[in-house]
Design a protein around this ligand. Structure first.
Ligand SMILES: [Zn+2]
Length: 452
């Protein structure tokens, strides 16, 4: 067993997410193996109450530091890290001029492998311990990302990008060697990769239609059939990010009642289906999200950068569908969960065409940890693994934060009168400098991944 003494943040799953944080100013976190040997939280609480139960246990004392659950990025593009910060006139020109040319390079296994190493190290350096990530339409990119995640024992979900039309030829799925066409081959490759990686250690597979306009009806139908055959696998895609895209999707699938409904019509909405953006929705779309158990990945820095629009929190709450936060790098402007949480606050405040509200700091933090885990179906329900929290039984992924990381942060956090003020100061002023250490749960023994 291994134990840490520091300030501690976790979330009460039974509480209102707006005020669900449980905070110990002087806490103890005890880690150890579960029955399968995976490293999980064994005990957590106030130091004074817990310490007497563990005489002789080696405790690492970290005064002035805050231990919090590792962050979860619900939507990030592994092959787009190198095009972050590319100027463009909205989504479609941004894809054409910057993103598609870079994604073509991932056909090379060697390029994919090198990029996967950098990508995951960058996520960990920023405190992200779980990610649902897009790869490219090249199987090599998926293999490389899974292999790099396995080497780090990181909880990572990805899958082969399905796109058999409306993109440069080098990015489309390819025909198979035995005469199978590109659509059929993309589904065969998806199932092969799924069988190889789904549930292997902490890896999960996501059936990944890029978005409806780049997928033929046959490809979406095949993806839906895969999703029905493998209910434990995830589904990831994009929906309702901006008006041009919505109009394009509607013109391609006029028989569906909305862009979102297109996915439902092909069997692609269910629990563990995650749709990025979900901005331009009506009440029927929101009801469909709720009824199917699908979740939204909110991408505030990307939406602000590309001018896509503002997610409507009040209407989402009313409809009761699940959601959590995501960087959407490279459309997003930072891998940092702090930047994403601040972006979400700004998006929440906007009151043009929707209700503007002030998301509480606890709610923002929850959306990037315990709330994101709930949206992904990784919050421990039905015996499934739990991440994004530090309750007994949760996988022991956590970050060690330094609230004094910069001169201004030290001054501001010293004046924090309560937990919300402390968390909000970190959200507004924080970045990778705050993340002193990211620790990933190990099946044998925990090895800290140092931010170097
Ligand atoms: Zn995206």
């Amino acid at each position: 067993m291994k134990a840490y003494r520091a300030a501690l943040l976790r979330f009460d799953p039974a509480a209102d997410p707006r005020q669900a944080a449980v905070y110990e100013a002087d806490g103890l976190l005890v880690l150890g193996p579960d029955a399968s040997g995976a490293e999980v939280v064994q005990d957590v609480g106030a130091w004074a109450a817990l310490a007497p139960r563990y005489p002789g246990l080696a405790v690492e004392h970290l005064p002035g530091r805050l231990i919090a659950p590792g962050f979860i990025d619900m939507h990030v593009h592994f092959p787009q890290l190198n095009v972050i910060g590319s100027p463009a006139d909205g989504l479609l020109p941004w894809l054409e001029n910057h993103t598609f040319p870079e994604e073509q390079r991932f056909e090379s296994p060697a390029y994919s492998a090198a990029e996967a190493e950098f990508f995951l190290d960058e996520l960990l350096r920023h405190g992200v311990t779980t990610a649902l990530a897009f790869a490219t339409s090249h199987p090599a990119s998926v293999q490389a990302l899974f292999a790099a995640a396995q080497q780090r024992d990181m909880r990572l979900i990805t899958g082969l990008c399905l796109m058999d039309r409306h993109a440069p030829a080098a990015l489309l799925n390819r025909a198979g060697p035995a005469g199978t066409d590109a659509t059929e081959q993309s589904l065969i490759d998806s199932e092969t990769l799924l069988q190889q990686w789904q549930g292997v250690g902490r890896r999960g597979y996501a059936i990944t239609p890029r978005f409806a306009p780049t997928c033929s009806a046959a490809q979406l139908r095949g993806a839906g059939e895969l999703a029905a055959r493998y209910p434990q696998a995830w589904i990831q895609s994009h929906v309702a990010e901006n008006h041009d895209e919505v109009a394009w999707a509607r013109s391609l699938f006029p028989q569906s009642s909305s862009y979102l409904a297109t996915y439902a019509d092909f069997g692609l909405m269910r629990e563990r289906a995650v749709y990025a953006h979900c901005i331009h929705f009506d009440a029927e779309d929101r009801a469909l999200m709720h009824a199917t158990g699908a979740a939204a990945a909110l991408c505030p820095t990307s939406n602000l950068f590309l001018g896509s629009g503002f997610f409507d929190y009040a209407s989402a709450e009313q409809a009761g569908f699940r959601y959590g936060l995501a960087s959407d790098v490279g459309g997003g402007t930072s891998v940092s969960p702090f930047h994403t949480m601040l972006g979400a606050y700004v998006v929440g405040r906007d009151g043009r065409g929707k209700t503007g509200l002030s998301l509480t700091p606890q709610h923002l933090w929850w959306q990037h940890t315990a709330g994101a885990a709930q949206a992904l179906g990784l919050d421990g329900r039905s015996g499934r693994p739990a991440v994004g929290n530090l309750l007994p039984g949760c996988e022991a992924d956590f970050v060690l934060l330094n609230p004094q990381a910069t001169p201004l942060l030290a001054r501001r956090t010293a004046r924090a009168a309560n937990l919300d003020e402390l968390l909000f100061a970190l959200i507004v002023l924080g970045d990778d400098r705050v993340v002193e250490r990211t620790v990933i749960a190990r099946s044998a023994s925990a090895r800290p991944v140092s931010p170097s």
